[in-house]
Design a protein around this ligand. Structure first.
Ligand SMILES: NC(=O)c1ccc[n+]([C@@H]2O[C@H](COP(=O)([O-])OP(=O)(O)OC[C@H]3O[C@@H](n4cnc5c(N)ncnc54)[C@H](O)[C@@H]3O)[C@@H](O)[C@H]2O)c1
Length: 309
């Protein structure tokens, strides 16, 4: 296991969903963690539930403030504008946070010669034609969010090439688990309000590679190790699930298959990707990470956590 104990680590976006779970894991391993977050989508509850972390409320667009932070040995850069439709309606804001914000975090790392793990996304592949999609598929973004993540990744490449910074880029597929947002949460919210109907945005034929956040936190810890230096990894489960099938899985657990009327809007949002299905051979081989939690096993826990069964 990568040596984390006693390490001074900065987690940007540490008040968010993945940031919360990563921070918790790092603290459990004995790290000295500082969360840097502007709480735009992150929650104070996530900060308070990791009470031994230091919290700095700040924006990654505030370069002087970032530069004034103490020196860290490792930075996980997770802070981002994460909503695809929002990026299509607010492309300049999305660019500022995800492209310029990432550049600012890289500047902080350059000043202190700090190793970075940068959170990118399946959105950099756009609508792939190769499945499962390997890292080498390359950039074909289909949304402003995807493009702003490409820009972040390209800056990482330049900072590696020109300044010798040690960076690992991880591309997440669809991460789920407690405190998550996204489609699973959306379905559970809707069913909790009214179990007689479930509206799916889009055709329901979209498919996603769902990976559990505790597997992701494990992978991120391994990404701090030497084997991950300078590399790019897909972090997903390596399996794809249609959204209509996801809805049926949830209805099955809730015993609602006969009772709930499932409808689709037919119209997806701008920038929506049809299928995400990652090839995870590289990460399995190079850092010996294999996701353990299967969607069908964990959905029941998520539903129980909400006291819906
Ligand atoms: N959740 C997923 O399925 C998924 C998939 C692909 C990529 N990602 C990437 O993983 C990272 C974490 O995503 P998440 O799901 O935890 O999202 P999240 O919205 O829960 O967390 C993002 C955090 O960043 C903070 N933030 C946003 N703008 C900021 C700014 N300007 N300055 C400081 N903090 C700021 C937010 O307050 C929030 O706490 C993001 O980079 C996202 O693009 C997530």
């Amino acid at each position: 296991m990568t040596e984390i104990k006693g390490k001074k680590i900065l987690v940007t976006g540490g008040a968010g969903f993945i940031g919360f779970h990563l921070t918790k894991k790092l603290l459990d391993l004995g790290a000295d963690v500082t969360i840097y977050d502007n709480l735009s989508s992150g929650k104070m509850e996530n900060v308070n539930d990791n009470p031994t972390a230091t919290f700095v409320e700040g924006d990654i667009l505030d370069l002087p403030k970032l530069l004034s932070l103490p020196k860290f040995e490792l930075i996980y850069h997770l802070a981002a504008q994460v909503v695809v439709p929002y990026s299509m309606e607010n492309p300049t804001e999305d660019f500022e946070t995800n492209a310029r914000g990432t550049l600012n975090v890289l500047e902080k790392a350059r000043k202190d010669k700090t190793r970075i793990v940068f959170a990118s996304s399946a959105a950099v592949y756009g609508n792939p034609t190769v499945f499962p999609t390997p890292e080498s598929y390359g950039f074909h973004p289909f949304s402003c969010y995807g493009l702003s993540k490409v820009v972040g990744e390209e800056y990482c490449q330049i900072y590696t090439l020109q300044y010798g910074l040690d960076i690992t880029v991880v591309r997440f597929s669809n991460v789920y688990g407690s405190r998550c947002h996204g489609v699973i949460n959306d379905f559970l919210d809707k069913l909790q309000k009214d179990p007689s109907k479930l509206e799916i945005i889009g055709t329901g034929e979209q498919a996603r590679d769902f990976v559990h956040v505790s597997d992701i936190a494990d992978a991120l810890v391994l990404c701090a190790g030497e084997n991950a230096s300078g590399k790019i990894f897909n972090l997903g489960f390596g399996k794809t699930t249609k959204i209509l099938d996801l809805a049926q899985m949830i209805l099955n657990i809730l015993n609602l298959t006969e009772k709930t009327k499932v409808t689709t809007t037919g119209q997806s949002w701008q920038g929506d990707i049809k299928t995400i299905w990652f090839d995870i051979t590289k990460v399995k081989t190079e850092i010996r990470w294999t996701p353990k939690i299967r969607l069908e096993d964990h959905l029941r826990n998520l539903i129980a956590e909400r006291q819906m069964i």
